[in-house]
Design a protein around this ligand. Structure first.
Ligand SMILES: Cc1cc2nc3c(=O)[nH]c(=O)nc-3n(C[C@H](O)[C@H](O)[C@H](O)COP(=O)(O)OP(=O)(O)OC[C@H]3O[C@@H](n4cnc5c(N)ncnc54)[C@H](O)[C@@H]3O)c2cc1C
Length: 323
């Protein structure tokens, strides 16, 4: 079995988890075993059908109201118990903020290694071989894990979604939460107003850097985003550090790794730490007044010019397209 941990938000499955499950299914097929998924928290049984449509032949429910709010300690504990019981060949996570927190803890509880933030999983001589970018994406490392089960986290927006109908049998597992004193408790989850799509989930990302000159000009990018369905506004670290936009919008090595269908970069120079987070975008368009800006080395299309002259006609054309 290849078991995938499914991350949810407001009882909805995150796209990155569906990608991990899809890859779990492909890996399971290669290993001639089944793909399964695990959901943690109450009120999740309605999601089993969706997981089945991405290849989960079994969906395990770890139901307990005290698991509804994420806790590293409790989620890691109940997952480790399930993994020990099922003894899968591999356990997949998505390398989101939560997955990066949870996967190493589960691996540690199982006493096994972790293949973190992988961008490829292949089978060679009956063993899994993983690839992950290192040194901010300057080199790729291929490696194998010597321990079992193989605990793996997969970089979001890299692995394609599968459409592989499976049985999706729902199995409720009893859950016992260890009585150990909580080291950290999530008391409140604050949501940014406006219900914006997360940059890591958007099909199109419109990003701004220091060239935007100030927080008020990120309004221009939001206006463009409002005209494009399933788009989100991203930012360079300089823009975030200047307080022009929240950290959740940051793309890059210390921000989010994304690979949307289209990435628009306005006034972003293209530092290696920024490129590390967006170079796997399908199409990259850069607008920068400096013809030697490094962003043009990774861009598919570039406009050498002042972004404040490029944005207004772009907005007009988008309005026309939207009718
Ligand atoms: C450990 C570490 C981690 C980091 N992590 C990240 C990260 O996750 N993400 C990230 O983005 N950075 C990260 N950085 C910072 C990174 O090195 C750069 O400093 C940062 O990306 C630069 O942001 P920028 O491109 O917006 O600004 P700048 O480098 O200042 O570039 C601004 C660009 O705007 C252009 N411009 C100015 N005015 C206009 C105009 N009117 N029209 C068009 N173009 C214009 C300029 O020509 C310039 O190219 C990290 C750095 C370190 C050391």
């Amino acid at each position: 079995m290849v078991l995938t941990y499914i991350e949810t938000r407001d009882k909805r499955i995150k796209k990155s988890s569906l990608e991990a499950l899809s890859e779990g299914g492909r890996t399971a097929a290669g290993l001639k075993t089944e793909a399964a998924a695990v959901l943690v928290g109450t009120g999740m049984e309605g999601l089993a059908a969706e997981l089945a449509s991405y290849g989960a032949s079994k969906v395990y429910l770890l139901e307990n109201a005290s698991l509804d709010r994420y806790s590293t300690q409790d989620h890691a504990a109940v997952l480790a118990v399930l993994v020990k019981k099922l003894n899968p060949a591999a356990v997949f996570f998505s390398a989101t903020a939560m997955g990066k927190d949870l996967a190493p803890r589960v691996a540690a509880r199982l006493g096994v290694g972790l293949a973190a933030d992988c961008t490829s999983v292949v089978q060679k001589d009956g063993q899994l071989e993983f690839t992950r970018p290192i040194f901010a994406g300057k080199a790729l490392l291929s490696f194998r894990l010597m321990s079992s089960p193989q605990v793996v986290s997969l970089r979001p927006n890299v692995f394609p979604l599968a459409s592989a109908a499976a049985a999706g049998e729902t199995i409720r597992e009893s859950v016992e939460i260890p009585a150990a004193p909580a080291r950290a408790v999530v008391k409140e989850v604050l949501q940014e107003s406006g219900g914006e799509i997360d940059v890591s989930e958007a099909d199109i990302v419109i990003s701004g850097g220091r060239g935007m000159k100030g927080p008020e000009n990120f309004g221009l990018l939001r206006e463009i985003s409002a005209l494009i369905p399933r788009s989100a506004v991203g930012a360079s670290r300089s823009a975030v550090d200047s307080g022009w936009i929240g950290h959740q919008h940051q793309v890059g090595q210390t921000g989010k790794t994304i690979s949307p269908n289209l990435y628009l970069a306005f006034g972003i120079s293209g530092a290696i730490q920024h490129i590390a987070g967006m170079s796997s975008s399908k199409v990259i368009v850069a607008v920068n007044k400096d013809p030697d800006a490094p962003i043009f080395k990774v861009a598919d299309f570039g406009v050498v010019g002042d972004l404040f002259q490029v944005i207004p006609p772009l907005k007009e054309e988008l309005k026309k397209l939207r009718g």
